[in-house]
Design a protein around this ligand. Structure first.
Ligand code: C2E
Ligand code: MG
Ligand code: MG
Length: 713
């Protein structure tokens, strides 16, 4: 920038200075020429005047000497010395006449105008004398200060002698000098006046040059610099420079106004781009990008200041279910409502400064700090309060197309600078804490702690190892026999998934099923289990004493239940294996069914059409509401093994089990007891009329071949 500014200005200044110097040079030269010519004129004038005066003096002198020679002719002829003296004296009296000499033809002095004529009869002895006497006619000799003129005195052809007059030129020279002095004075006066004008002209030129520089600076350079600064500002992303206003009506004014309009429109575009780039299109909240920038800048500001920040990572529980079952439009609707609620909750929090962002999907992140006016507040307390508020308010049912919808939220909290000093790590730790909240049963909050890292790492590794485990043959099915209580005839089997990890050995289903469920891998594994179970069961013969071949019970996880493809998968498994539909029992957990009752009811209806049976697994651990059984029509329920375990010791459990059996029977529902480990339990269950039993006392889960052998008896 400064190059343009300095360049233009410097170049112009240099040009002006050069021009001025040139002008001054020309003026000085002119002045010099004028001086020289003035001197020449003075000299020429002096010479001319000198010549003129000389001429004049000579002519006058010659005329006078001629006249005197004529006047002296007669007196000389008669040698009348008195008359000669009178004439000579009269001439000598003239001011510039120095001497008068009348002489005879031999050059002897006859008269010199004096009274006594002391030189009478003496020859003239001066250096000119000989020439003067020898001259035939008048003669003239001159020196710088004198003039000597002579003329012969004649009568007829007779030469009587001559006369000489000596003039002094001092007076003439003095007059000439005076005249010249006056002339010179005039010239000097003219020169002084000229010099005066010349200096004035120089000053005027300098002033004009200065004015030009000033005008250039004001009219051209300043606006250009202003435009340059503004352009640089735009380049650097500052659109809020000094206002570009001008009243000028020239081209530069147009340029400035056009530029100002351009800046305006660039600013508008920039704002728009920022708005689009930094906000979430669906909810209008800040997006991941904006939030990260804010977080990073806040962390930079607070670094070393001793103030804390909290990051709340809120993830909706089972949001995918809504998208899968109700469609994406409904999902968007829910997200909008949730975003509105979160924003309202955050705004309602006292003494905090908070920013809400949507991180994509169903993840919302809140940056929280104590408001400066609230003084020193523990940000952990504030964060916990906000998380509680979120859990409470988001737990209220949402209304979607006139229908109530329950949504939970899991909140993870990480705190700066305790948990992390970089934005990425703080976000990651918030995410880990949120994940732990999910693992802990969802719809709760968790603060990040370092021990979480290991747990998460293990999970991440397990998830990684589980991917493709079925294809690698690490997963297999075990079958646990199910007996009719009344006569202990084998009537069915539950298919249970087993994972033989190549390094860690067998992994407990309770552990890896949870990971598969959380990561969504179950949606890939589930159909394989269904297909394999059906394929296996197809060839099972009826057990001794049984009227028909045993059924196979397959566990279906909540996530599978929510996925839209489940019905198709069951149909496909049945069709591809050729298994009679009524021999397939689907085990659904009670909690999964209750979470979305409407969907479950619909699905159960469809399954009934297909012909498969539906059992409610782990009955009693969930909401245990028998009234659900009226609305959700299932074929059977499996009393959770935790009830069976205490059957012998806890009369309450016995009473409850009895009640469940009686109630189920009243609705025509089959009852299965799982986890029978002792004969006593079996006896009690038979006594209470429980239909089917399953447990280690009767048979542990076994490989498919072992189960096939068991059937053969
Ligand atoms: P579940 O459906 O309630 O399965 C019964 C569990 O009880 C099995 O544990 C079984 O081995 C165990 N069990 C049977 N008899 C006894 C007994 O007398 N005493 C005790 N203490 N336990 C007994 P497992 O195989 O570890 O499976 C655990 C859970 O994993 C299952 O609970 C089921 O919810 C899930 N699961 C297993 N396989 C699959 C599968 O293929 N798909 C899905 N979605 N879930 C599965
Ligand atoms: Mg089960
Ligand atoms: Mg169970």
């Amino acid at each position: 920038m400064s190059r343009l500014r300095l360049g233009l200005q410097a170049r112009f200044l240099a040009g002006v200075v050069l021009l001025l110097a040139l002008l001054v040079l020309v003026l000085v030269l002119l002045w010099d020429r004028q001086e020289a010519s003035r001197r020449q004129v003075a000299e020429a004038t002096r010479e001319a005047m000198h010549a003129l005066l000389q001429e004049q003096v000579r002519a006058d002198a010659q005329a006078e000497v001629q006249q005197l020679a004529q006047a002296l002719a007669n007196p000389l002829y008669y040698f009348d010395l008195d008359a000669i003296g009178t004439l000579a004296r009269a001439t000598l009296r003239e001011s510039d006449v120095e001497y008068v000499l009348v002489y005879d033809p031999a050059g002897r002095i006859l008269h010199d105008g004096s009274g006594d004529i002391a030189a009478y009869g003496q020859p003239m002895r001066d250096p000119l004398a000989a020439q003067v006497v020898a001259a035939d006619g008048p003669s003239l000799h001159a020196g710088p200060q004198w003039l000597d003129v002579s003329a012969p005195i004649t009568i007829g052809d007779q030469r009587l002698g001559g006369v000489r007059i000596g003039y002094s030129l001092a007076a003439m020279n003095a007059a000439e000098a005076r005249t010249m002095a006056a002339l010179r004075a005039r010239f000097d006066a003219v020169a002084a006046r000229d010099l005066h004008w010349l200096l004035l002209a120089c000053a005027a030129l300098a002033a004009i040059a200065l004015l030009a520089v000033f005008l250039l600076q004001r009219l051209l350079l300043r606006p250009i610099r202003l435009l340059g600064d503004a352009a640089r500002g735009i380049e650097e992303g500052h659109y809020d420079g000094p206002p570009l206003v001008t009243r000028r009506s020239d081209e530069l004014g147009d340029l400035i106004r056009t530029f100002a309009r351009m800046r305006e429109s660039v600013l508008r575009h920039d704002r728009e781009i920022r708005r689009v780039a930094y906000s979430d299109a669906l909810t209008g909240l800040s997006n991941r990008l904006a939030f990260r920038e804010l977080l990073e800048s806040r962390m930079r500001e607070l670094n070393g200041v001793g103030r804390q920040l909290a990051l709340l990572f809120a993830d909706l529980d089972d949001f995918k279910r809504i998208n899968d079952t109700l469609g994406h439009e409904a999902g968007d609707d829910v997200l909008l409502q949730v975003a509105g609620r979160i924003d309202a909750i955050v705004q309602a929090q006292p003494a905090v400064r908070a920013t809400v962002a949507r991180f994509g999907g169903d993840e919302f992140v809140i940056l929280l700090e104590a408001a400066p006016e609230a003084g020193e507040q523990d940000v952990r307390v504030l964060a916990a309060r906000l998380a509680d508020a979120l859990l409470e308010h988001l737990g209220q049912p949402l209304l979607l197309h006139g229908r109530q919808l329950f949504l939970g939220v899991s909140v993870g909290i990480s705190v700066f600078p305790d948990d992390a000093t970089s934005a990425s790590l703080l976000l990651k730790n918030g995410d880990i804490a949120m994940y732990q909240a999910k693992v802990a049963g969802k719809n709760c909050q968790r603060f990040y702690s370092r021990t979480m890292d290991q747990a998460v790492e293990r999970r991440v590794r397990m998830e990684h190892d589980l991917r493709g485990a079925w294809q690698r043959g690490e997963l297999s099915l075990a079958f646990q026999p199910i007996y009719r209580t009344a006569d202990r005839v084998l009537v069915g089997a539950e298919a249970l998934l087993r994972w033989q990890h190549p390094v860690d050995g067998p992994v407990a289903p309770a552990v890896f099923i949870e990971v598969a469920e959380q990561s969504g891998l179950i949606e890939a594994i589930g159909p394989e289990v269904l297909r394999a179970a059906c394929r296996e069961a197809l060839h099972w013969p009826a057990a001794p004493g049984a009227p028909e071949p045993p059924f196979v019970a397959v566990n279906v996880s909540p996530r599978q239940l929510r996925s839209v493809g489940l019905l198709g998968q069951i149909r496909e498994a049945l069709a591809s294996s050729g298994l009679a539909p009524e021999r397939l029992h689907i085990e659904l957990t009670e909690t999964a069914v209750i979470a979305d009752e409407a969907h479950a009811i619909e699905l159960l209806g469809q399954l009934r059409e297909v012909g498969a049976r539906v059992w409610l697994d782990d009955f009693g651990t969930g909401y245990s509401s028998l009234s659900h059984l009226r609305r959700v029509q299932v074929d059977g329920l499996k009393i959770d093994r935790s009830f069976i375990a205490d059957l012998l010791r806890d009369p309450d459990d016995l009473a409850l089990t009895g009640a469940i059996i009686a109630m189920a029977h009243s609705m025509g529902i089959t009852v299965v007891a799982e986890g029978v480990e002792k004969q006593g339990q079996y006896d009690l269950l038979r006594e209470r009329g429980c239909d089917l039993v399953q447990g280690y006392w009767l048979g542990a889960p076994m490989p498919a071949e072992a189960f096939a052998r068991l059937l053969e008896g």
